[in-house]
Design a protein around this ligand. Structure first.
Ligand code: F6P
Length: 357
């Protein structure tokens, strides 16, 4: 009789809604369709390095479809190729631990940072498969990553809610959303929430044009304006506004706060009272949306099929309405950026939305 096949799974990098539905989908497909066993690594690659595991049976993944976060825990510091203060290469330990568990494959659910590590482990012979997640939606070769839609929903609801107080006080309200190097979240939430101005890293903006638009609105009797800002925008004459650097992280830069600079400039150039709301980690909290639950379910199922078909070094991907797979290596060569002439930017501009360009 053939021995039971065994699949490992971990979640790496920043958490987001949709990870648990993906864990559930991997485990249920493995158990139900392949009678396989599933082993979860705790806290991302930390679990692989430190041998922290948890067997995932049917009951362990039952009832987590609607749950945010990750039942496995995650880490954005545990890099087996540069581990701890001394940035030691402990990849041989990770490989040894993996082999000792007699796993047939490792499903890594992560973004750019996690996939750089997964790709290197694959080059060393580890049979990895990827499932893309990040609220930033900035991973190449897939239209959507798990978590993006849920973050858009949180940000959109916040923009909706800010309208009443903006209107009551006749203020400019800046809503700053995450998105380190790309403006997907700001763009989608800005369009869905009817932002009057949307500022994203891919479209350099001129502060004078932004202020002209705010004054124009004020002159025609619009007593408030909503400005949606991606944390990664660079106002003229300034680079990224870095809040802190996280030692040992695959990408140590943490942003947040550029909106205060933008608010000061708006107040001094227009005289309009301006307030700032930074949504921060709220965007990674809460329940996954229906879209993310479905995407995670499809990705999870596909990832197990890839492991069973021994298609290692590949990740699941959604292109159009198809769930396909692409080499992990092809998704990490550069970040997926918003095209300034994309249909969604075009449509927003047709509504009169200002991008400051
Ligand atoms: O990459 C996802 C992300 O949420 C970014 O949008 C944000 O800049 C960063 O992670 C925040 O990271 P941390 O959770 O370490 O503060």
């Amino acid at each position: 009789m053939r021995r039971k096949r065994r699949i490992g799974i971990l979640t790496g990098g920043g958490d987001c809604p949709g990870l648990n539905p993906a864990i559930r989908a991997v485990a249920k497909t493995a158990i139900f369709c392949y009678q396989a066993e599933v082993v979860g690594f705790k806290d991302g690659f930390e679990g692989l390095i430190k041998n922290k595991t948890k067997k995932l049976g049917w009951e362990d993944v039952s009832g987590i479809l609607t749950l945010g976060g990750t039942i496995l825990g995650t880490s954005n510091r545990a890099n087996p190729f540069a581990y701890g203060e001394g940035k030691k290469d402990v990849s041989p330990i990770a490989l040894k631990n993996f082999r000792r568990l007699k796993l047939d494959g490792l499903v890594c659910i992560g973004g750019d940072g996690t996939f750089h590590i997964a790709h290197r482990l694959h080059q060393l012979g580890m049979p990895v498969v990827g499932i893309p997640k990040t609220i930033d939606n900035d991973l190449e070769r897939t239209d959507y990553t798990i978590g993006f839609d849920s973050a858009v929903a949180v940000a959109t609801e916040s923009i909706d809610n800010i309208h009443t107080t903006a209107e009551s006080h006749h203020r400019v309200m800046i809503v700053e959303v995450m998105g380190r190097y790309t403006g997907w979240l700001a763009l989608y939430a800005g369009v869905a929430g009817g932002g009057d101005v949307i500022l994203i890293p891919e479209i350099p903006f001129d502060m004078k044009k932004v202020c002209q638009e705010l004054l124009r609105r004020s002159k025609i009797g619009k007593r408030f304006s909503i400005v949606v800002v991606a944390e990664g925008v660079k106002p003229a004459g300034s680079g990224l506004v870095i809040k802190r650097k996280v030692k040992g992280s695959t990408d140590p830069i943490r942003l947040g706060g550029v909106s205060y600079r933008i608010a000061e400039q708006i107040e001094s150039l227009t005289g309009l009272e301006t307030r700032v709301i930074i949504l921060g980690h709220l965007q990674r909290g809460g329940k996954p949306t229906e879209f993310d639950r479905i995407l995670a379910t499809q990705f999870g199922k596909k990832a197990v099929d890839l492991v069973m078909g021994e298609k290692f070094g590949w990740m699941t991907s959604r292109q159009g309405d198809k769930i396909i797979c692409v080499p992990i290596a092809s998704a990490i060569t550069r970040l997926k950026k918003v095209k300034p002439n994309s249909p969604i930017v075009d449509a927003a501009k047709a509504m009169g939305t200002c991008f400051g360009d």
